[in-house]
Design a protein around this ligand. Structure first.
Ligand SMILES: Nc1ncnc2c1ncn2[C@@H]1O[C@H](COP(=O)(O)OP(=O)(O)O)[C@@H](O)[C@H]1O
Ligand SMILES: CC(=O)OP(=O)(O)O
Ligand SMILES: [Mg+2]
Length: 398
């Protein structure tokens, strides 16, 4: 069975074509075809990879035209991997916000599209681009079966005392609660951790640190998320590349009342120009922050220190929810690639008996335990594979 996956983020889209035969294999296979698009103001920067070819192309085209270009590259030119588009059985999409309506993956119907649309105000940087992907597939692949896989689904069993905000009781019936995000990645890493360690999830308390452009933690017990740092929207919790994470809600009232902010200017400030970017004034990219620190830039150092403090602070919160810890996991762009961040975080938890193996930490670890043999907590670096997780969900629903 051939499954095309579109994993759209706020500024980029990863896409893969997978083939699954009779059963889901234990280890994720390489995709037959993969593509990455970065949306820049005037241009889509495209990279396509197959077993035998690599193609890089900048095109000036709309979202739908860019997806048409990707689809063409599946059966034409040097990146051709299928003879005909009818070989594709199903298309899976990452959808960031599923609200209270969706607690597991669903086959997409018009009603599903309408709901994703209604939820767009809660994830304005994500749900609209997810919808564009669904519509482009309808346009170019007709009525092929499409599946929505929600970032919120993995967190849908978080107990009420951790999910309900301590505001108005009416919020509960209005669906205002902690939903949590990055669930596709948190779920993949949870299952992968059990596989790497050869242990059953029933016996493991995990904290998964998803540190990409957006950042969140999940506390996982018995294979389920029981707490997480993102909330009603993907703005809560940790400091991120350009998002503030949690801040005093009284500050928002102050900005609206005294500083003439509007909902739009606040949204822009908190989602697009805060976090590492806002504090450093340089970039939301951790590589650039680390580079600037090595040049002695004090604002970059402050941004890094706040980022680490917030990570430690929320790991503390997840520890309290789990009442202990067996495995700490680092994943996504920063978590997978920055030994500095991993070291700075782990240093604070020596009191738990957590000890890193410094050599393993620096040796580009992928899917291994980087804790010292005597450490009481295992520390895994896992290459998150959201696309594969989405493909597996499609396979299960087909
Ligand atoms: N070698 C590295 N060291 C530190 N950070 C890195 C490194 N490589 C990538 N990153 C970080 O990873 C981030 C992107 O992570 P990624 O998971 O790809 O994000 P997303 O899927 O949210 O767009 C970049 O902003 C960058 O800060
Ligand atoms: C939900 C979310 O924040 O996703 P991303 O990290 O892809 O922006
Ligand atoms: Mg991501």
């Amino acid at each position: 069975m051939k499954i095309l996956v579109l994993n759209a983020g706020s500024s980029s889209q990863k896409s893969c074509l997978y083939e699954i035969q009779d059963n889901i294999p234990e280890n994720p296979p390489k995709p037959i075809w993969s593509a990455q698009v970065e949306w820049r103001p005037e241009v889509a920067k495209i990279k396509i990879k197959t077993a035998t070819a690599e193609l890089q192309q900048d095109i000036s085209a709309s979202h739908s035209e860019t997806i048409a270009y990707l689809i063409d590259s599946l059966h034409q030119g040097t990146t051709k991997v299928i003879n005909d588009l009818s070989e594709i059985d199903v298309v899976g999409h990452r959808v960031v916000h599923g609200g209270k309506e969706y607690q597991s993956s669903v086959v997409i119907t018009q009603a599903v599209i309408d709901t994703i649309q209604q939820l767009a105000t809660l994830a304005p940087a994500h749900n609209p681009v997810n919808l564009k992907g669904i519509e482009a597939i309808q346009e170019h692949l007709g009525d092929i079966k499409q599946v929505a896989v929600f970032d919120t689904a993995f967190h849908s069993h978080i107990p009420d005392e951790k999910a309900i905000f301590s505001g108005a009781y009416e919020w509960v019936s209005q669906g205002i609660r902690r939903y949590g995000f990055h669930g596709i990645s948190h779920q993949y890493c949870t299952q992968r951790a059990a596989k790497i360690l050869g242990q059953n999830l029933d016996s493991l308390r995990l904290i998964n640190c998803h540190l990409g452009n957006g950042c969140s933690l999940a506390a996982v017990k018995n294979g389920r998320s029981i707490d997480t740092t993102m909330g009603f929207t993907p703005l809560d919790g940790l400091m991120m590349g350009s998002r503030s994470g949690a801040i005093d809600p009284g500050l928002l009232i102050h900005l609206l009342r005294q500083e003439n902010y509007t909902p739009e200017t606040l949204d822009n400030l908190l989602n697009k120009s805060s976090g590492l970017l806002g504090i450093s004034g340089i970039s939301g990219d951790m590589r650039q922050i680390l580079g600037a620190i090595s040049q002695g830039n004090e604002r970059a150092k402050l941004a890094y220190d706040i980022y680490i403090h917030r990570l430690r602070y929320y790991i503390g919160a997840m520890l309290a929810s789990l009442q202990g810890l067996d495995v700490l996991i680092f994943t996504a762009g920063v978590g997978e690639n920055s030994p500095d961040v991993r070291f700075s975080v782990c240093e604070a938890f020596g009191f738990l008996g957590l000890l890193l193996d410094n050599q393993k930490n620096h040796n580009h670890p992928v899917d291994i335990n980087i804790a010292a043999p005597e450490s009481k907590v295992k520390v895994l670096v896992i290459h998150t594979q959201e696309d594969w997780q989405i493909a597996c969900e499609c396979f299960k629903l087909h």
